[in-house]
Ligand binder design. Sequence first.
Ligand SMILES: Cc1cc2nc3c(=O)[nH]c(=O)nc-3n(C[C@H](O)[C@H](O)[C@H](O)COP(=O)(O)O)c2cc1C
Length: 341
Amino acid sequence: MAIVTGLPAGLILERDAIDADLRRRQEGYGRSPRQRIEQDRVEVLAGLRHGRTLGTPLALVVQNRDHENWAWGMSAWPPDGEPSGKGTKAVSVPRPGHADLAGTLKYGLADTRDSLERASARHTAVAVAAGAVCKALLATISVHVEGTVATEELERRIDEARAERDTVGGVVEVRATGVPPGLGSYATKEDRLDARLAAALMGIQAVKGVEIGDGFALAELRGSQAHDEIAEGLRRTSNRAGGIEAGVSNGEGIVVRAAMKPLPTLMRPLRTVDLETGQPAEALVERSDVAAVEALAVVAEAAVAFELARAAREKFGGDALGDFVGAWAAYLDRIPWQPTP
Ligand SMILES: Cc1cc2nc3c(=O)[nH]c(=O)nc-3n(C[C@H](O)[C@H](O)[C@H](O)COP(=O)(O)O)c2cc1C
């Protein structure tokens, strides 16, 4: 479940558009058959009437259809009847790279499943639904966000890894166009748009690196090569900064990249220690993706859309959509900048 606050009233949402993003998250090369079980669809519990936001918190739910197989094992209340389905036996062999050990120790849990299921990226389904809502808001001010992956090379690496019962990670890129100058601020680190995007991307499971614009490559360049000169019409001749200077959008496209580590559930398990016996053991093996890089592109797109929508709301305010769009239009009248068509 996600509760999205701060949406202006009067924003039209399309269920198909939200469900299409949920489907994109589930597809992609290297994902497990579990994705086919789930077939996600968004439900709305509050904040929407006849497809139009009411200006109040929007409550989104994406059911996990696989839950019925875990109804006894993951029951919120002490379950009735005999154990049945999945998750009935405690798991004591933590996977390196997942939440199993750290979560179990931190919370004093007996079964690693108590930490690993909550840490799971299943959580990203409803985040994608919230991102789709944010994309609809951004579209009203001509901002568009898209996450992509270089698929050919990725598919080859996934095939090789699957054959060796291994996993892979990869890099995704998110671009946002039409972002006006002036979103974010240099006043505090919490205001900086680059810091917020980095935190949003790092907040996604398995993301271990984030770049804004040319990021790490800039460290190798001289200043004369690294910065984006300002030309007539206040346009830049390059965009190595990825559309952000001093924590503020500068009117160029926003470009961010996120690096995903290889997924930690391996069909050929790594070595671990059994928490019950203290003896060496093999880590938990269960149905899992070989890679989720294409899914990450969709999740990262949602995270960027969420942060940009938040920053746009800070800049343009308005609890009715017309006020929000009106403030944006008035701002564009004031500054010598127009979105590139
Ligand atoms: C969309 C998506 C799908 C994922 N699917 C799996 C999976 O099937 N198996 C797995 O072991 N990890 C998967 N992960 C990664 C784990 O959730 C993640 O590695 C784990 O929660 C530990 O967190 P950390 O990698 O951020 O340290 C996925 C991550 C994302 C973003």
